[in-house]
Design a protein around this ligand. Structure first.
Ligand SMILES: Cc1cc2nc3c(=O)[nH]c(=O)nc-3n(C[C@H](O)[C@H](O)[C@H](O)COP(=O)(O)O)c2cc1C
Length: 187
């Protein structure tokens, strides 16, 4: 089985819930960036050992939270040594508005993966975009480049859409499937 790490920041717990669902689907380890933008002890080593890294950040003011960006900037040390070259990457974001400029965050996560010479895994589910679709349908938010989920500003993490969490789980499963194919093609 591939070694997958979900590295994420969450200011108020919503993105954390999504991260948990992604990790459940991918059978991945969770690595939380703290309120100062730092990883716990051993975090960089976990990332170095991973076959696939899934980035997660809430969308704040049309981009990733500053704590995630601090982590990203700190990864420049890894970048110098090309330490993440040819790893698999994927990304997700949660925000309050259905659009809310989430795609800007996904684009940033993709750019970070590209700077590290990585391979990007897309969201992988068709959107639920017909009249029969409901808020709890899979990929109702309609992401392609990465997983996008939505929680209204007055909703607690416990009130997140079950459909979004199922979508997150399916996204995690996709990363695990691709990662195991990738690992077997290298051996
Ligand atoms: C500083 C700040 C900026 C935000 N900017 C956006 C935004 O640009 N678009 C949006 O849809 N929601 C925005 N939101 C709402 C958050 O994305 C939303 O509450 C999200 O669930 C927070 O995730 P978290 O609980 O993991 O921190 C913003 C929230 C904060 C606190």
């Amino acid at each position: 089985m591939a070694d997958i790490v979900v590295v994420f920041h969450s200011g108020y717990g919503h993105t954390q819930r999504v991260a948990q669902a992604v990790a459940d689907g991918a059978q991945a380890v969770l690595l939380q960036i703290d309120g100062d933008g730092k990883l716990p002890a051993g975090g960089w080593e976990m990332l170095a050992a991973a076959d696939a890294i899934i980035f997660g950040a809430p969308t704040y003011m049309g981009g990733a939270s500053w704590q995630f960006k601090r982590f990203a900037d700190a990864s420049s040390k890894v970048w110098f040594a090309e330490g993440w070259r040819d790893k698999l990457f994927a990304g997700f974001t949660n925000s309050a508005a259905m659009n809310g400029d989430k795609y800007a965050t996904i684009t940033y996560l993709w750019t970070l993966a590209m700077q590290h010479h990585g391979m990007w895994i897309s969201q992988g589910l068709m959107p639920s975009n017909n009249k029969a679709a409901t808020r709890e349908s899979l990929n109702y938010v309609g992401g392609y480049g990465g997983l996008m989920t939505t929680s209204p500003t007055d909703a607690s993490p416990g009130e997140m859409s079950k459909g979004d969490l199922e979508t997150a789980r399916a996204f995690g499963e996709r990363v695990a499937t691709v990662a195991s194919r990738w690992a077997s093609s290298k051996s």
